[in-house]
Design a binder for this molecule. Sequence first.
Ligand code: PMP
Length: 434
Amino acid sequence: MNAKTFAGSEKYMRRAHQVIPKGVNSSRRAVLRPTPLAFTSALGSRITDVDGNEYVDYVAGYGPMLLGHQPPRVIEAVRTQLAAGVLYGGQHQAEAELAERIVRMVPGAEMVLLNVTGSEAVQAALRMARAATGRRKTVKFEGHYHGWIDPVTANGPGSPAGTGPAPRPAIVADHHLVGPEILICPWNDPEALADLLGRHGADVAAVIMEPVAVNGGNLWADEGYLATARRLCDQHGCLLVFDEVVTGFRLAPGGAQQRTGVTPDLTVLAKALGAGFPISAVAGRAEVMRIAEEIGHAGTYNGNATSVVAANAALDVLESDQDSLYPRLERLTNELADGIERLAARHGAPLQALRAGALIRLHWGAPTPARTYADTLAGRTEPLRHLSEHLIRSGVHARDTGLWYISAAHTDDDVDRTLAAVDQALAAVSRQPV
Ligand code: PMP
C-alpha cells in the first residue's frame, strides 16, 4: 500500500459538516472510507482528488459516465450550446431530435417525455400508469431501487429509512405506503408474482422492476421470468414498467429490453443518457404516453438545452460506435470480473463478481452464483468496505457497495493496474480478523 494522504478531503469534510448534514449531498457518499473524498477534476477513466491523488474510476458519477469523463463529442456539443444559452422556458429543436433518437434505439419507446433525474421520471411513469389504468397500486420487487421519492423507497437499498424491519424514523413516508399503495414481491419468483397479481391484480396500475436487478445485487432475471411478468401484466391489465436508469444504453444501445427481448409498456431512462448532464426520460407506448396530454407533466429544467445536446451527442456516439463499443465494454468487464474472481480464489476470499453489460457487482460470502435478493443479503458488507478502502489507498476508486461501472474510457492498462491493486487489497482484507 502506498502512502496516499487525504488531508485535503478531511479538511473539506470538516468545513462541510458545519453547513451540510453529514457533509454530503447524497447520503451514501458519507460512508466512504478512509474518508469521503472531495474531487477537483476527472478525465477519461481517471479522477483526481483535492490532495492530488489520481484514481482509476469505477464509480463513474454513480453510473452516468459510460463514455468516461469529458467525452470529447459531448463536451464539444455542450460548449457550443453554452454560447447560445442554457434554459429557454420553451422548445428548441434538439428536444425532438433526442426523442426521435430514443424511439429509434429503445424497443419499447414510441413517445418520450423528458425530466431531470431518474427519481422524478419514475414518479412520472407511475403517475401515468395510475392515470392510464384508473388503478392505485404499484408492485415493486425486493431490493430493487427506483430513486428516493416516497412511494418506492420501501424495501430497497438506499432507502432513507433503511431496509431493516424497524422503519426509522417511522414518519418517513415509505413504509406506511407499503400495503395500501406498494406491494412488495420477491425477485425471480414467478409463482409469487402470479399469486400477488391473482389477489390484487385488479387494483394494480404498474409492475415496476429493474429488468436486471442491479441495485438488488446485479441479478439477471431467470430464463423466462421477464416473459412471465409480461404475460401476467397483460392478463391482469397492469402496465409493465422497466426502470432502465442504470441498464439503459449500458447493457446495449436499447438497454436490457433489447438484450432480453421483453418489451415493457413504459421505460425510465437516465444516467448514461446524459453522460453526466442531468436528464432523464419516460418512454413508452404512444397510447399510454398520451395520457400526459390529460394529466400534465411539468418541470422547469425539463429539456434544458445543455442536457439535451449532451444526451444527443452521447447517444450519437453510442449508436454510431455500437459495433465496436459494446463488445469492447463487455470484454473489459469480463477481464476485470474474471481477474477479480481468480485473485479471490488465490487468496481464499469468498468473492463473486456478477456482471451485466459494463457493470460488476461484488458479493462476499453469498451463495454462488447469487440469484435472489436473499442470496445477496446473506453476503457480508464489511469485507467489501475494507476492500474499497484498500483500493482507494492504492489508486482505484471503487464503491464500498461493490458496484463497479466500466466505461468506454477504461483501457487494458487500467484493468491491469486495477487487478494489481485488487491483489494487494485482497491480501490485506484476507489478513483482517473476521
Ligand atoms: N432507478 C435506478 C435503477 C437507479 O439506480 C437510480 C439511481 N441510482 C434511480 C432510479 C434514481 O435516479 P436519480 O438518482 O437520478 O434520481
